[in-house]
Design a protein around this ligand. Structure first.
Ligand code: SF4
Length: 244
């Protein structure tokens, strides 16, 4: 006897399990723990651009846009030998600067910014790199990110948090910010961490982003903040091979 086809009933989709949203206090507590663990893991975290003076750091930071620090560090020794001061760079032929920095990419724009920045320093600031966010931002090629690098590293002034590609990625993975623009991410981070830690915070996130929380394949299995990270893909492996 032919069986009558059983009408298929659509299975009700299970409602997606949502994890409870962290309270402000819980997030602040976790942020403090994250900072402590990263600081213990990277006690030497620092800016990886080579420089000796605020002017040199400004040049190196402008060159580092869309380029690795390692590549910039290959170019800057000759650059600083040729243009040791803002006044020397202000008088440079743009074409010569372009040739020197070609390997860092976007070399035409960067050369224009560098010479313009040096002219502004020479003509309006007595050849010195200024110490204020607003005034720094008036220099060609200098935005908030670059100004934060200069203030935090050359002058020890915690004016903000440097938000680069690594900090953006880690702030999202660690669920420290749900924002997507650097300005808004920076605001969230500034609200979560004490001002005194802002410069070091960006170094710690950048170091972790370069070494462990890599863009393509984060190495969660060896990550020291694994237990504090909502994006961990696998548990952390302990030295004895367990994931306790
Ligand atoms: S657990 Fe994974 S995703 Fe989270 S910070 Fe560590 S490496 Fe990045």
């Amino acid at each position: 006897m032919k069986r009558r086809p059983v009408a298929r009933t659509k299975r009700k989709a299970k409602p997606a399990r949502r994890s409870r949203r962290e309270t402000r206090e819980e997030l602040a507590l976790r942020a403090g723990q994250l900072f402590a663990r990263l600081a213990a893991e990277y006690p030497d975290a620092h800016c990886e651009l080579d420089y000796r003076t605020p002017y040199q750091l400004l040049v190196a930071t402008i060159l580092s846009a869309q380029c690795t620090d390692a590549r910039v560090n290959l170019v800057t020794p000759e650059f600083f030998a040729r243009y040791p001061t803002p006044r020397a760079l202000a008088q440079a032929e743009r074409g010569d600067v372009e040739e020197l920095i070609r390997s860092t990419g976007f070399f035409r724009n960067k050369a224009k910014s560098l010479v313009g920045m040096a002219q502004a320093l020479s003509e309006q600031h007595g050849g010195e790199v200024p110490r204020g966010m607003e005034v720094l931002r008036t220099l060609p090629g200098v935005g908030r990110k670059t100004a934060n690098v200069i203030l935090g590293n050359a002058y020890g002034i915690n004016e903000g948090v440097t938000v680069d590609t690594h900090v953006t990625r880690l702030a999202a993975r660690l669920r420290l910010s749900r924002q997507t623009t650097p300005e808004k991410i920076e605001r969230d981070l500034m609200a979560l961490f004490p001002r005194a830690d802002w410069t070091l915070l960006s170094h710690l996130l950048i170091w972790h982003g370069r070494r462990v929380c890599i863009a393509r394949r984060p190495r969660c299995e060896i990550c020291v903040v694994n237990e504090l990270c909502p994006s961990a893909r696998v548990p952390r492996l302990h030295p004895d091979g367990s994931s306790r």
